[in-house]
Design a protein around this ligand. Structure first.
Ligand code: NIG
Ligand code: FE
Length: 378
């Protein structure tokens, strides 16, 4: 057993229910887990020491929503949007064409590049979806590759209906042969239930088939407009999370508040599509569990920066800095139904981030500045 004493912590955020923040703190890591947390003066002896010299230490970010298995980019669409064009789900098909043409090595290298980019910005857990293959072979290879990078893999064959197949045939394929080929590489099933993608009835079939195959349920909904039926479907299937939630009715909020489904907000999307930000304040005040994630993809949100999402949530969505930090760590861990990550209480995975700042408030106070000093591996 090897242990490391992390000491000199000016401010430590553990999210421990008893005492979430401590000053002048220390923490002991043993075999990859937090074994002790307390005042620096009381710190026990350990095999090794890491002095962070007064910096702030936070739990690593949990980015519970990404689409990093793709090839190419769509900067031209972003440029067109910035001159007034609307975002449309159909752009996904462009990336599908490029992704199908890419070799395994090219796809993996691109995903590794984005994963490294995310880690350098403090992300220690990243969910990865398929969804740019849309054939049995291309979806299953995306998931097999993703599974080499993360335990949080999501089958999103239901991203859009690809060219050359009818809707009904495609939904049958997703629920049948494609699910069978993908389920061994996936932990979750997801569906894009919105204008230009899949209807609520199609989503019900797909999510139910995924759940019956042993996958956990999550969904994309209310990104492009209100969709109370989609929200009701997600909650009725006990989805771990419904992602986007940009357009919610009062009834949707009440439903979420009374459920164990997390609302995952993706402010990179509103930034990059010039749409109104979701009202995170309204959700928290109503008692909804909220997560923040990047939704890194080449169409609607080409960022891996959780600090950017935190800054946007604070500035544009009504959260305080600590609420935004919580949503990006503990909230997103809950959105993945994980209790071992997203916090630094004793027993948690030692996924921690040392900020080059005295407090996490700087994540929003100093937007756009690289504030991650170190993401140690133990
Ligand atoms: O989460 N909404 C669906 N999927 C992605 C967008 C994918 C794309 O435009 O390529 C999203 O925003
Ligand atoms: Fe997405």
């Amino acid at each position: 057993m090897t242990s490391t004493l992390v000491t000199g912590i000016g401010l430590l955020v553990t999210h421990d229910a008893e005492r979430s923040e401590r000053t002048d703190a220390a923490l002991v890591v043993e075999d990859g887990f937090v074994a002790w947390v307390g005042d620096a003066v009381d710190a026990p002896v350990a095999d090794a020491a890491l002095d962070v010299e007064g910096r702030c230490v936070i739990p690593g970010f949990v980015d519970s929503h990404s689409h990093i298995m793709f090839a190419g980019d769509r900067a031209d669409e972003f440029e067109a949007r910035m001159s007034g064009q609307p975002y449309e789900a159909g752009g996904i098909r462009r990336t599908v064409r490029l992704t199908r043409q890419a070799t395994d090595d090219q796809l993996l290298a691109n995903a590794q590049r984005l994963l490294a980019e995310a880690r350098a910005q403090g992300t220690t857990t990243l969910e990865i979806k398929s969804g740019y293959g849309l054939t049995v072979e291309d979806e299953s290879r995306a998931l097999a590759l993703a599974a080499t990078l993360t335990a949080e893999t999501t089958f999103l064959g239901a991203h859009v209906v690809p060219d050359g197949i009818t809707r009904d045939e495609y939904v049958d394929l997703v629920c049948g042969e494609m699910l069978e080929a993908c389920a061994p590489h996936a932990r979750w099933i997801d569906v894009f239930c919105d204008t230009g993608a899949f209807t609520v009835e199609e989503a019900r079939r797909i999510l139910t088939a995924g759940r019956d195959a042993g996958l956990g349920v999550r969904m994309h909904a209310a990104q492009l407009g209100p969709n109370p039926e989609a929200l009701a479907l997600g909650v009725s299937l006990d989805a771990a999370a419904i992602d986007h939630c940009t357009y919610l009715t009062d009834a949707d909020i009440e439903l979420l508040a009374g459920s164990s489904t997390v609302a995952t907000l993706l402010p990179g999307v509103e930034f990059s599509t010039r749409r109104p930000y979701p009202d995170a304040r309204r959700l928290l005040d109503a008692g909804v569990a909220v997560a923040l994630a990047c939704d890194c993809n080449p169409g609607s949100s080409y960022t891996t920066s959780m600090p950017l999402c935190i800054a946007l949530a604070v500035r544009e969505m009504g959260l305080t800095p600590v609420e935004a930090l919580r949503a990006a760590t503990l909230g997103a861990a809950t959105a993945l139904r994980r209790s071992d990550i997203g916090h630094l209480a004793v027993g948690a995975s030692a996924d921690l981030v040392v900020l080059d700042a005295p407090t996490y408030v700087h994540l929003a106070y100093r937007p756009g500045v690289p504030l991650v000093h170190r993401v140690p591996t133990f």
